[in-house]
Design a protein around this ligand. Structure first.
Ligand code: ATP
Ligand code: MG
Length: 423
């Protein structure tokens, strides 16, 4: 019997995992600079957490969720996205309390699960990195969230990013727009996809996000949210655009953009890339927005919030090898000749590692030539060779693998000597 991984999942093997670690380290470093701390929440939550936050007409809840009953008959779901769990944790741990400095800023990374048709950059288990900030409604924070996302991707060498922004306005503006959409779509009701017929009843805004080609044609002439903003919402959006100008961030206003969550309001944004890795089709790597009603929806006090999520697999497909640090970190490969050296090597390796070197040896009793070949293949910086005579004379032969230069040093003080050689 040979087992296969479930459809839509991937093994991240050594070689690839270094890239992931690199991306995660840049995430941590970038987000920490903006005072975001890491939060880790469960990979599964009560089903209702997602149902309430994404809304039951969202694709995520209506089609893509991995939900199940556990042995105690609890209805649970594997998280399809990061925000709902973070908001649940924010409320449950009373992070809104006065002892917590606001805005309360967190970032997360980890696997997400959606039952989707797998294709390039679309999986059933995929990974997101994201940030959330609670407790401030300031547009300046909106600008910060957009700029921290950009800085993260820029540091990874991602070029040709298109930043698309839009606003969904405040509840009053949204209500006016809601009415305008119903008025517009109702005459087309019979031509809309089945999904969009339901959306027209429950949540017409979502029709704008339909992936159905015929829906898209109808959507093309739909009214624009920008014509339905009240003064306060319009001014707020203008102010945000000014802030992005101040930051020299190039953006495009896409007035047809909406987002998956029901509770988005005011600022929403997506970062898009056109790249040969995706047949030069435009894809979204990062998406987010303001969700001022969500904390309340999940049982907390009225609290503004804003964040984004970024698809790590899509990011990985965009990363170019030259933007990645070299994976080589083996300092020493120990080459042994004979049984005595074999035994001594255990202690020598241990002392090298304690001194901070990355060190390894041959565990297969291979001949010297084969050991050197392995050292080469592993890109070892140095080989240290020991045999009977070296052990007797307390010497070790150190070879710089890049230059071929060879020196004999005291075996007793090998770690010290190597540090000297390193300079
Ligand atoms: P799409 O319209 O492509 O389905 P979405 O609106 O469902 O995207 P979000 O919920 O906004 O996506 O998730 C944020 C990011 O997570 C996306 O921009 C994408 O990079 C990534 N993402 C979403 N779903 C998947 C998936 N199934 N596989 C890999 N990455 C994904
Ligand atoms: Mg989707």
């Amino acid at each position: 019997m040979r087992y296969q991984k479930p459809k839509g999942t991937m093994d991240i093997l050594p070689g690839e995992s270094q890239k992931w670690q690199y991306v995660e380290s840049i995430a941590q470093d970038t987000f920490n600079k903006y005072r975001f701390s890491e939060i880790r929440t469960p990979i599964f939550e009560s089903y209702e957490v997602f149902e309430r936050s994404s809304g039951d007409t969202s694709d995520i809840v209506s089609k893509e969720m991995y939900d199940f009953k556990d042995k105690g008959d609890r209805r649970l779901a594997l998280r399809p996205e990061g925000t709902a769990g973070v908001v649940r944790a924010y409320v449950e741990n009373k992070l809104y309390g006065p002892e917590h400095i606001k805005p309360y800023k967190v970032w997360y990374k980890g696997p997400m699960f959606r039952y989707e048709r797998p294709q390039s950059g679309r999986q059933r288990q995929f990974h997101q990195i994201g940030v959330e900030a609670f407790g401030s409604d300031s547009p300046e924070l909106d600008a910060e969230i957009i700029s921290v996302g950009l800085e993260f991707l820029n540091r990874l060498g991602i070029k040709n990013l298109k930043v698309a922004i839009n606003t969904l306005g405040d509840p009053e503006s949204r209500a006016a727009y809601h009415k305008a959409l119903v008025d517009y779509f109702t005459p087309f009701k019979d031509q809309l996809s089945d999904d969009s017929k339901i959306r027209l009843e429950k949540n017409p805004l979502r029709i704008l996000d339909s992936k159905d080609n015929n829906d898209k044609k109808i959507v093309a002439n739909a009214p624009s949210i920008l014509d339905y903003l009240n003064d306060a919402s319009a001014q707020r959006f203008e102010y945000l655009k000014n802030l992005l100008d101040d930051l020299d961030i190039n953006y495009e206003v896409d007035s047809t953009m909406v987002r998956g969550l029901d509770y988005y309001n005011h600022t929403i944004f997506e970062f898009m890339v056109t790249d040969p890795a995706f047949d030069n089709k435009e894809i979204t790597v990062l998406a987010g927005g303001r969700y001022n009603g969500l904390v309340e929806e999940l049982g907390g006090p009225e609290t503004p919030g804003i964040g984004f999520g970024l698809g790590v697999e899509r990011l990985m497909l965009l990363l170019k090898d030259e933007d990645l640090p070299s994976a080589n970190n083996l300092d020493v490969y120990l080459v042994t000749i004979g049984e005595k050296a074999e035994r001594a090597s255990v202690k020598i390796l241990s002392s090298l590692r304690r001194a901070g070197f990355c060190a390894d040896k041959d565990y297969l009793q291979r001949k010297i030539k084969a050991q050197f070949k392995t050292a080469n293949n592993l890109n070892a910086k140095y080989t240290v060779t020991i045999g009977d005579s070296e052990l007797e004379n307390d010497t070790a032969s150190v070879k710089n693998m890049a230059t071929g230069e060879q020196v004999s040093v005291s075996l007793e003080n090998l770690a010290e000597e190597l540090k000297k050689i390193e300079g």
